[in-house]
Design a protein around this ligand. Structure first.
Ligand SMILES: Nc1ncnc2c1ncn2[C@@H]1O[C@H](COP(=O)(O)OP(=O)(O)OP(=O)(O)O)[C@@H](O)[C@H]1O
Ligand SMILES: [Mg+2]
Length: 342
């Protein structure tokens, strides 16, 4: 019995562009799969195929136990979708948009009204609830669009880059909403360009590049592939390098790399910010003066580099408050599929 979302060998070509080159994935019921990849990787195309909006050239897809190609109408009734670009009616207010969705799903007027009010509160849109959405900011539209996807709680949800364009505070709030939703038993496939987001929300991550899933695993497994978290220390005095190295050896999960001329030491660690504080205290108690210290977490770039051997290229104009810049894949040879193991 396949998972709540199942795809095998999805292929989709647009002219010369092979958007999907044999996508396989499976999402067990009640879990979250994060589809992680740079611009143009094929994330939206995958979502569109799974949600009946696009017909793949070949391959198979089953959602909520229904064959997507044979039973598109039934699939549509079992899923919720929040697309990459907010789909709201500009001339209706936020409240009217949500009520309309409820009515489309055959809710009674009173129930649709109640649900709209509940979601407006949850998504912090109460103040703007009765204004036409054409006056909303990008972040507000994004939130309204997600709220609309949640009017009825479908068993299977798709969210295409749900937090792109949101500020850090709104992103956090939305993560909480998504966690609540999933704790209620919803199966979710979400796409993202942010490793941090997949890390927070997804049970399993599938990394996509050029229309293929190039790696699967938990966030820890993927990070382990990149060398994981590292502490970087720059000591003030060259003479302190040896002692600092001893200190780091006590905390590290591997060899300490030393760049003498930079007075810089780098060591792989687990334990994050708490460990960083301990390292600082220990260096201090040994009388080692430091010029700089930091925790370096793997970014999508690091993951990409280690999986594909090529960096995810920076795309102009795009920006990511969490990790730096939006990305597009480079031109190196096609990577083979790899299963991540610890
Ligand atoms: N309707 C279309 N017509 C032509 N090419 C398309 C179409 N839709 C997608 N593509 C191409 O297919 C590839 C995959 O696009 P897709 O939108 O799935 O990427 P994505 O991973 O969602 O990227 P992003 O992070 O920018 O949203 C890209 O090269 C894109 O240009
Ligand atoms: Mg997309």
């Amino acid at each position: 019995m396949p998972g709540a979302i199942y795809a095998e060998g999805l292929v989709k070509t647009f002219g010369d562009v092979k958007a999907l080159d044999g996508v396989d994935l499976e999402v067990p019921e009640g879990t979250v799969l994060g589809l992680l990849g740079p611009n143009g990787a094929g994330k939206t195309t995958t979502v569109r195929c799974l949600t009946t909006l696009l017909r793949p050239d070949s391959g198979k897809a089953v959602v909520a136990g229904l064959d997507v190609l044979r039973k598109p109408d039934e699939v549509r009734r079992s899923i919720g979708l929040s697309g990459q670009f907010a789909a709201v009616d500009e001339y209706l207010t936020g409240r009217e948009n949500l009520q309309m969705v409820g009515r489309l799903y055959q809710m009674r007027a009173k129930e649709a009204k109640r649900r709209a009010t509940e979601l407006l509160e949850q998504f912090h849109l109460v103040d703007a609830a009765d204004r036409p959405t054409k006056t909303y900011s990008g972040g507000m539209r994004r939130r309204l669009d997600l709220a609309a996807a949640l009017v009825v709680s479908p068993p299977v949800m798709f969210m295409d880059e749900p937090t792109t364009g949101l500020d850090p505070r709104n992103r956090q709030q939305l993560w909480e909403v998504i966690k609540q939703l999933v704790s209620g038993g919803t199966t979710l496939l979400l796409t993202t360009q942010y490793l941090e987001e997949a890390d927070h929300l997804a049970h399993e991550i599938a990394v996509v590049d050029r229309g293929r899933v190039i790696a699967k695993g938990t966030s820890d497994q993927l990070k382990a592939r990149t060398g994981g978290e590292r502490v970087e220390v720059v000591v003030h005095e060259r003479e302190h390098i040896r002692t600092a190295s001893e200190v780091l050896r006590g905390f590290g999960k591997g060899d300490t790399a030393v760049e003498e001329h930079m007075r810089k030491l780098t060591v792989p660690v687990t334990g994050g910010a708490k460990l960083l504080a301990e390292v600082i205290r220990e260096l201090d108690s040994r009388g080692i003066e430091i010029d700089d210290i930091g925790l370096r977490r793997p970014t999508l770039d690091d993951v990409f580099l280690s999986l594909t051997g090529h960096a995810a290229e920076v795309e102009e104009g795009a920006s990511d408050p969490a990790e730096g810049a939006g990305r597009r894949s480079g031109d190196a040879g096609h990577p083979q599929e790899k299963e991540v193991t610890k």
